[in-house]
Design a protein around this ligand. Structure first.
Ligand code: PPY
Length: 374
């Protein structure tokens, strides 16, 4: 469904939206700062081709709101933001570099209100380029450029921990030995998750719509490919959405044949009702932003707070485990869905930092629109 910009902005309870037309490439850049209540905002830069401009804006707005929840649940002192670069078509390397440099200058002009990192369609190498014009507001550069590298492995560690917590709740043991997990999407998070699951003795099934990703996954001899029409119906213990958002919806949920859903993708629920749909089917859902915080926790932790890799891994494991256990317990004791329990937890943490967010009284939004040229 495509919403008007009016509806998108009215529904979004964030702070600032910057819109920039990149004339040389024909790209549109959206930087959405949803909240700076807990600290300056941070969030990845997503780069892809959308059907319509509204779709790109919607992605930036929704993803920025998810980042606020992601940081608020484990009480990380950052706010939610996200950037989307909507490119008209695949760009030649020099054109791509040009867009990233001009985008970096835009990030720099925000003066630290927004810092960025990798997301779908951008890599650690891209962060190196963006940092040429946006430093110090860039996370996740390559180690050779002084960064902590790709965020996928840390995100996968958090998702893996979430799967353990869900299994502990559903089966009475966190051990993954012999558990069957279906990974939807074999990008950087899905692949790292599959490797961890195999090392823990789980049986790994996977699907990806992209032929190159499937070809790469063939290098993982332990993983079994599942065709597109069997993704939702295949029997498994845990279904792990690690591709794009919206895969849990009115069409897919009735087909699921699993006990729990725990994955790395952002915004997995197509609509708010889908959390209740999952609960009605007896499927335990781990809210995406509770378990996919690993990259956003570990990379800034290592680059800004001086954590070692071991300290970052420990922080991701401990904080995801504690948060998800609490969310499941709160959901059970209050007779609600884990999604509602997690939102309440985030709201409590946000309220503790200052005035409560997400109430009608504080639902103020200032949309600042810029249409400029570099
Ligand atoms: C996300 O978790 O969705 C991100 O945006 C990743 C991120 C955010 C901030 C710094 C590094 C990675």
């Amino acid at each position: 469904m495509c919403l008007s910009l009016d509806a998108l902005l009215t529904d979004w309870n964030g702070e600032t939206l910057v819109v920039r037309r990149d004339a040389p490439s024909g790209a549109w850049i959206f930087v959405a700062v949803h909240s700076t209540q807990l600290g300056p905002s941070a969030g990845g830069t997503r780069m892809k081709t959308y059907g319509r401009l509204e779709d790109a804006a919607q992605d930036a707005l929704r993803l920025s709101a998810a980042m606020t929840l992601k940081f608020a649940v484990p009480r990380i002192a950052r706010g939610g933001g996200k950037a989307v670069i909507h490119i008209p078509a695949a760009l030649a390397p020099e054109e791509r570099r040009g867009v990233l440099l001009r985008y970096g200058a835009l990030v720099q002009s925000l003066g630290g209100q927004f810092s960025t990192g990798p997301d779908v369609g951008t890599s650690a190498d891209d962060m190196n380029v963006i940092a040429e014009t946006a430093a110090p507001y860039v996370f996740g550069r390559t180690p050779s450029a002084g960064g902590a590298g790709a965020s996928g492995p840390a995100t996968a560690l958090g998702v893996f921990t979430g799967i353990e917590v869900a299994c502990e709740r559903v089966f009475g043991t966190a051990s993954l030995a012999g558990r069957r997990v279906l990974v939807q999407g074999m990008g950087s998070v899905g692949t790292a998750l599959a490797v961890r699951l195999d090392a823990a003795g789980a049986e790994v099934l996977y699907h990806d719509t992209d032929e190159a990703a499937v070809a790469a996954a063939r290098d993982l001899p332990f993983a079994t490919f599942v065709p597109a029409d069997a993704v939702y119906g295949t029997a498994c213990d845990v279904f792990a959405p690690c591709a794009l958002g919206g895969t849990l919806n009115a069409a897919s949920i009735p087909r699921l044949n699993c006990r729990a859903v725990v994955g790395g993708a952002n915004n997995q629920l197509g609509a708010p009702d889908d959390a209740e749909r999952l609960r009605a089917r007896g499927i335990l859902y781990a809210p995406d932003y509770v378990v996919n915080v690993g990259g956003a926790m570990a990379i800034p932790g290592m680059e800004q707070d001086g954590w070692s890799l071991e300290e970052a891994d420990e922080a991701v494991r401990d904080r995801v485990r504690a948060a998800l256990r609490q969310v499941f317990e709160d959901a059970e004791s209050s007779g609600t869905t884990p999604e509602t329990a997690a939102r309440r937890l985030a709201a409590t943490h946000l309220a503790g930092a200052g005035s409560p967010q997400e109430t009608d009284a504080t639902r103020s939004m200032t949309a600042q629109t810029r249409n400029g040229h570099p």
